[in-house]
Write a protein that binds this ligand. Structure first.
Ligand code: ZN
Length: 84
């Protein structure tokens, strides 16, 4: 999470780390995933270059689970999920 700020210059709003409403076995409950609903002042709402850019940055930093409007519009229309 720090690398997204330090090396990628992202500002983002974290809406969940552990807890919240996630399925059993979710990486969230191991503290290994977080959800973001705003990136660089842009609210996530459907697919966008901002959303895809943040998702790519997570992958580049080794995330093994990356969801957002572009690959899971039903579950992640309004937020991005990155898990390690
Ligand atoms: Zn999530």
């Amino acid at each position: 999470m720090k690398n997204l700020i330090a090396s990628r210059n992202y500002r983002y709003f974290v809406m969940a780390i552990s807890g919240a409403d996630h399925s059993a076995g979710s990486l969230h409950f191991q503290g290994r995933a977080f959800d973001v609903d705003e990136v660089n002042g842009v609210r996530i709402s459907g697919d966008s270059a901002t959303a895809r850019g943040f998702m790519d940055a997570c992958r580049a930093l080794g995330a093994i689970e990356v969801f957002g409007p572009s690959n899971d519009p039903a579950g992640h229309y309004d937020h991005l999920h990155c898990g390690w």
